[in-house]
Design a protein around this ligand. Structure first.
Ligand code: FPP
Length: 224
């Protein structure tokens, strides 16, 4: 598998099940993501995308949104060294319009400081919506003279066009939908839905996903 994408769901339920505040679930989700990154590297998957915040997540209470953005910012400060040591290159996908200048500067610094790392490319989808990614890509394609743009043109003007299309999109916590995640890229992507809440994900989950993927027969519409 070259590119795994994860919809990290269930942080809130994980916390509520334990009588904790939802923010505790997000903190544990962050720890789970680090376990996932380590295993993805050990299993030699070169691209990992994660859905950190959707455009629709702005509808949550202000206190939860503020907590999440503070967590993203603190994570960049605290984990830069670990990511460098692991050889992780971090890139972002999503709208930049609604994110504070302070965080944007940190995100840009993280991307530029890690840009020569080549063990794993981690694509963080932050304030992401497929609808907006498609609109940005179509606009860019047209501005670059692709009129009308073909599907391949649109793909080549998406946020991070050097990243291959996802081989598999997985979602934690049992919900069976994509919630606007990577719709431009997911036409022939394998899907996997797992009941375990994201804060409980560990190395074995990644092993299970890789093993499930290896049993899929990918024919891309043809005959095997
Ligand atoms: C969905 O769980 C999770 C989120 C909206 C936030 C995901 C963020 C993290 C796991 C932290 C990762 C951090 C970085 C820097 C990438 P939910 O709150 O929708 O859970 P629920 O469905 O149980 O309420």
């Amino acid at each position: 598998m070259e590119h795994l994408a994860i919809i990290m769901d269930g942080n809130g339920r994980w916390a509520e099940n334990r009588g904790l505040k939802r923010s505790e679930g997000h903190k544990e989700g962050m720890n789970a993501l680090l376990r996932v990154i380590h295993r993805v590297i050990e299993r030699k998957i070169p691209y990992l995308s994660v859905y950190a915040f959707s455009r629709e997540n702005w509808k949550r209470p202000r206190s939860e949104v503020d907590f999440l953005f503070a967590l993203f910012s603190k994570t960049i400060d605290d984990k830069l060294k670990e990511l460098m040591d692991l050889g992780v290159r971090v890139v972002f996908s999503g709208s930049r319009e609604r994110i504070t200048r302070n965080l944007l500067e940190k995100m840009d610094r993280l991307s530029s400081e890690t840009q020569l790392n080549s063990t794993l490319t981690l694509q963080v989808m932050l304030d992401y919506s497929s609808e907006e990614e498609i609109e940005r890509a179509v606009k860019n394609a047209i501005e670059n003279g692709r009129i009308p743009p073909t599907y391949q043109d649109i793909l080549s003007f998406r946020d991070n066009p050097f990243i291959p299309l996802p081989d598999m999109i997985v979602r934690s916590s049992g919900e069976k939908r994509l919630s606007g995640f990577m719709l431009l890229e997911a036409g022939y992507t394998e899907l996997g839905f797992y009941d375990i809440l994201f804060p409980d994900w560990n190395a074995e989950m990644i092993d299970k996903i890789i093993s499930d993927f290896s049993r899929r027969r990918r024919r891309f519409g043809g005959l095997s």
